[in-house]
Ligand binder design. Structure first.
Ligand code: HEC
Length: 200
């Protein structure tokens, strides 16, 4: 009797668990009533895929963008990429752009990340962005005037501002600059994260 009760309690706990996780599972990309993309404030807990910098000193003293960048992908998008090797609908990439500052440290002279200066995003969606190149929507969360804060929603940016450049230089890799992202390159379609240790 007790066993039976225990079993049915466990079974219903399981059902509730499955139902509630399904009920709460939602795409990383959420939009407000006007169709503006909301900035997910937990993106620093997503999968970090790579970083790059283009400082003044390597660009004849005047880099077009004297920045450091850190790129993140949402967890579902990464899992799908890892298994299938392509970006699924709903894939959400965020580029956090920081100022590049010089420092002299114990490991030598270097560049470190300063304040965040821009937040850019791309979302793949074959329905919502059916007309856009590669079915990617481009967004940029602007910094508010005289504030350290960024707006937390963004309208879509047109081809003339964003996708023309991605299309010109990264069309072979679905508009994403894969050459900068070892975490994506190593995992693509392998089913494993590609950490370079000898498999068991
Ligand atoms: C002049 C070319 C150019 C333009 C214009 C441009 N990008 Fe990019 N974008 C890049 C390059 C190159 C990278 C790779 C990282 C880096 O060097 O900044 C990149 C990376 C990104 C990434 C990270 C994922 C990826 O595709 O590699 C996002 C997100 C992004 N850009 C969004 C935007 C948005 C939003 C706009 C318009 C507001 C924009 N980009 C305009 C060249 C461009």
């Amino acid at each position: 009797m007790f066993k039976c009760l225990l079993k049915s309690t466990m079974a219903s706990a399981f059902v509730v668990g499955v139902l509630s996780s399904a009920a709460f599972a939602q795409d990383a990309a959420q939009y407000d009533a006007e169709g503006q993309l909301k900035l997910p404030t937990d993106y620093r807990e997503w999968v970090f895929v790579g970083a790059n910098t283009s400082p003044h000193e390597l660009n004849d003293g005047k880099a077009p963008f004297n920045e450091m960048r850190a790129i993140y992908i949402d967890r579902d998008g990464y899992d799908y990429w890892k298994t299938n090797g392509t970006f699924k609908d709903g894939t959400f990439l965020i580029k956090e752009v920081m100022s590049a500052t010089r420092y002299e440290g114990t490991t030598g002279n270097g560049y470190a990340a300063g304040d965040i200066v821009a937040l850019a995003a791309m979302v793949k969606d074959s329905k919502r962005f059916a007309e856009d190149t590669g079915q990617w929507g481009f967004f940029r969360f602007p910094k508010m005037k005289d504030s350290k804060f960024f707006t937390n929603v963004s309208g879509k940016y047109g081809e003339d501002r964003c996708s023309y450049c991605h299309e010109a230089a990264a069309s072979e890799t679905d508009m994403v600059f894969l050459e900068h992202y070892p975490v994506l390159r190593d995992a693509q379609g392998t089913g494993i994260s590609g950490v370079p240790v000898k498999p068991e």
